[in-house]
Design a protein around this ligand. Structure first.
Ligand code: FE2
Length: 57
């Protein structure tokens, strides 16, 4: 279950990163919002990765 959650977080990271790149400089407000969401998902992925490494020990 943790592994699947990590995969889901990484899919969200890839998707949000693509949205940020697509927005470029055309819509700075939306870009900032997406960058904040991206940062949150990166924290979630880090948490899942740490949890997974502890479970596997
Ligand atoms: Fe998340």
């Amino acid at each position: 279950m943790i592994k699947e959650d990590l995969v889901a977080e990484r899919i969200a990271i890839a998707t949000y990163s693509e949205i940020v790149r697509w927005l470029g400089t055309d819509d700075p407000t939306t870009r900032r919002m997406m960058e904040e969401l991206l940062a949150t998902e990166e924290e979630h992925a880090d948490d899942m990765a740490k949890l997974l490494s502890r479970v596997r020990k």
